[in-house]
Ligand binder design. Structure first.
Ligand SMILES: *[C@@H]1O[C@H](CO)[C@@H](O)[C@H](O)[C@H]1NC(C)=O
Ligand SMILES: *[C@@H]1O[C@H](CO)[C@@H](O)[C@H](O)[C@H]1NC(C)=O
Length: 238
């Protein structure tokens, strides 16, 4: 009996709910890669311009079949001469990125952090594959906060006749049941332990066009709880 109780205690205490879990991994560098030119998230021709063209690629556990698209991360070398967190800002500009190029493969720690775009709102880009009136594909740009978007719904402004979009690939959501008129959206995300719908009441005008980026008029600042064994120096959810 005592053994079982100890074991259960271990199970409950081994994972704690954190605002920022710290993970161990390895990082390496590529001088060029065809896949980096557009990326798996589906941002297409926009991708090479992100972050001044200084790009880093993530493994499948970060990509998470597209759920991870839009996340922001910091990285550091644990217990080394550079113990502070930094954003990877491309190669050849000093810092950790320099070491990665020099050493080939380095042990790193990383954590997800809130994305902060200043005054920039969440934005909806209408994909070039959209075809009025029967097909709408969008991706979300400048998503603030530190949370995933799990569902997206669209409705004509002024109605509550919501149509769910499907995750097509990466950051791209689509539907072939496109409401007429100007369009509003709802996004399901996580705040702490709970789900939360965020309403963007007017996003696309009635004459929306493929290839155009529209301001959603809202921004996301929520932080989702994560379970991990190491909260680093970040906060624990109570
Ligand atoms: C963000 O949305 C708010 C509310 O709709 C709007 O007033 C503001 O102008 C938008 N910010 C930018 C930078 O477009
Ligand atoms: C964290 O753990 C709790 C309790 O086991 C579980 O209910 C919750 O779904 C987990 N959250 C995540 C994001 O994995």
């Amino acid at each position: 009996m005592a053994t079982i109780l100890c074991f259960l205690f271990f199970l409950f205490s081994s994972a704690i709910a954190c605002k920022q879990c710290v993970y161990q991994s390895k990082a390496t560098s590529f001088s060029s890669s065809a896949s980096l030119s557009s990326g798996a998230c589906g941002y297409g021709s926009l991708a090479p311009g992100f972050n001044g063209g200084h790009l880093a690629a993530g493994v499948a556990s970060l990509f998470r079949d597209g759920v991870g698209c839009g996340g922001c991360f910091q990285i550091r070398q644990p217990d080394k001469f550079r113990p502070h967190w930094e954003c990877i800002r491309g190669f050849g500009k000093g810092g950790l990125a320099d070491d990665i190029v020099k050493l080939g493969i380095v042990d790193v720690e990383y954590k997800r952090i809130p994305c902060d775009y200043g005054n920039q709102n969440l934005s909806v880009r209408v994909e070039e594959t959209s075809q009025k009136p029967q097909y709408l594909a969008i991706d979300l740009l400048f998503q603030g906060g530190q949370t995933d978007i799990f569902q997206v719904k669209v409705a004509q402004v002024g109605t509550s006749d919501w149509t769910p979009l499907s995750r097509n690939k990466g950051a791209v959501w689509d539907t072939s049941r496109v409401p007429a008129g100007a369009l509003q959206f709802q996004f399901l995300l996580q705040e702490g332990f709970y789900g939360k719908w965020v309403l963007a009441p007017t996003v696309l005008p009635a004459d929306w066009k493929a290839g155009v980026i529209y301001d959603a008029g809202v921004q996301i600042t929520d932080v989702a709880e994560q379970n991990c064994s190491d909260c680093g120096d970040g906060e624990v959810w109570q």
